[in-house]
Design a protein around this ligand. Structure first.
Ligand code: TLP
Length: 342
């Protein structure tokens, strides 16, 4: 059976060039700072995202959690948008690991206003926790891959800094945001004190993410990575694929965005589905269904189209390099048939 996997861009497989680079990678012990391939990846990543330094981490989750640990003290409060990945999908990490309290604020398609952030910062008072960190997400996953308007990102970051907070950017898909908005990733990350981005999603590396920031802050984050179990020894084998990802896979994200747009436009015509193609900024399509999203996904999977249920009545479809234009046409037909009850 033909399979089109639209569950996530995390399912992408490494390219041939990545596999060759991995096989040939020069390695050393990265915990001693001696893996030349990891060092090269960290330098390349830092320069592409416009920060002084970077540390290679096994996953986006570890990058975000290492950032929270490094920016905060036990008992602090951190502000996140209410649909943030850090709040929804990281297994309670901020509470468990950093012992901070998370304050979720309702946003609009993942975007928080400077006023909302200002109003949420706690004044000094013996009763209150200290607000120390604002976490933002670009592109925003649960908002359907939404891109922050660069000016709004700048404004909310400035407001947080004025209030004495640090800003961490969960930029798991920052290069999707850059390609979609035509603004360089380094500019999108410029206001943030730290930024995490993933090599393992649309960029198709098999494993790994980057946490970037100021040099002295990254040295502290390295210690957080160590305590979280992320000191990886001869990690050049996987870092080599990350270098190929950054050199060869960024510009082609535009193809994934075009495919997502086409998928959304096709699905918008299907009775029984709720899809707004104008809300497709990058490589995700959110589909409202009449009955159970989980059941809808089960029926799609029986026909070889894999999708993810985000909520009770919402399905997420994600395009990526292993989904061709042809696959999009096939998925459209299958999804229309399932929506029509056939
Ligand atoms: N997102 C995954 C799942 O965890 C939901 C996906 O399929 O989209 N930040 C953002 C915005 C993410 O979307 C993800 C992964 C992460 C962080 C975590 O990255 P990993 O999976 O490498 O820990």
């Amino acid at each position: 059976m033909r399979v089109v996997d639209l569950r996530s861009d995390t399912v992408t497989r490494p390219t041939e060039e990545m596999r060759r680079a991995m096989a040939r990678a020069e390695v050393g012990d990265d915990v001693y700072g001696e893996d030349p391939t990891v060092n090269a990846l960290e330098e390349l990543a830092a320069s592409m995202i416009g920060k002084e330094a970077a540390v290679f981490v096994p996953s986006g989750t570890m990058g975000n959690q290492a950032a929270v640990l490094t920016h905060t003290a036990r008992g602090d409060e951190i502000i996140v948008e209410a649909d943030a990945h850090i709040y929804w999908y990281e297994a309670g990490g901020p509470a468990l690991l950093a012992s901070v309290q998370v304050r979720p604020l309702a946003g609009r398609r993942g975007v928080l206003s400077p006023e909302a952030v200002r109003a949420a910062v706690r004044p000094p008072d013996v009763h209150f926790p200290r607000t120390s960190l604002l976490c933002l997400e670009n592109t925003h996953n649960r908002a359907g891959g939404a891109v922050w308007p660069p000016a709004e990102l700048e404004a909310v970051t400035a407001a947080a800094h004025e209030a004495g907070l640090a800003v961490h950017l969960d930029g798991a898909r920052i290069f999707n945001a850059a390609v979609a908005s035509g603004v360089a990733a380094a500019r999108l990350a410029a206001g943030a004190d730290s930024v995490m981005f993933c090599l393992s999603k649309g960029l198709a590396a098999p494993v790994g993410s980057i946490l970037a920031g100021a040099r002295d802050w990254i040295e502290r984050a390295r210690k957080a990575r160590k305590v979280l179990g992320g000191g990886m020894r001869q990690a050049g084998v996987i870092a080599a694929a990350g270098i190929v990802a950054l050199r060869t896979m960024v510009d082609r994200l535009a193809e994934d965005h075009a495919n997502a747009r086409r998928l959304a436009e096709g699905l918008a015509e299907v009775k029984g589905l709720e899809v707004d193609p104008r809300q497709v900024d990058t490589n995700m399509v959110m589909v409202g269904v009449r009955d159970s999203a989980a059941e809808f996904c089960r029926q799609l999977a029986e026909r070889g189209v894999m999708a993810g249920a985000m909520d009770a009545r919402r399905v997420r479809l994600v395009t990526h390099k292993d989904v061709s234009g042809d696959d999009v046409d096939y998925a459209l037909r299958v999804i229309a048939a399932v929506a029509g009850g056939g």
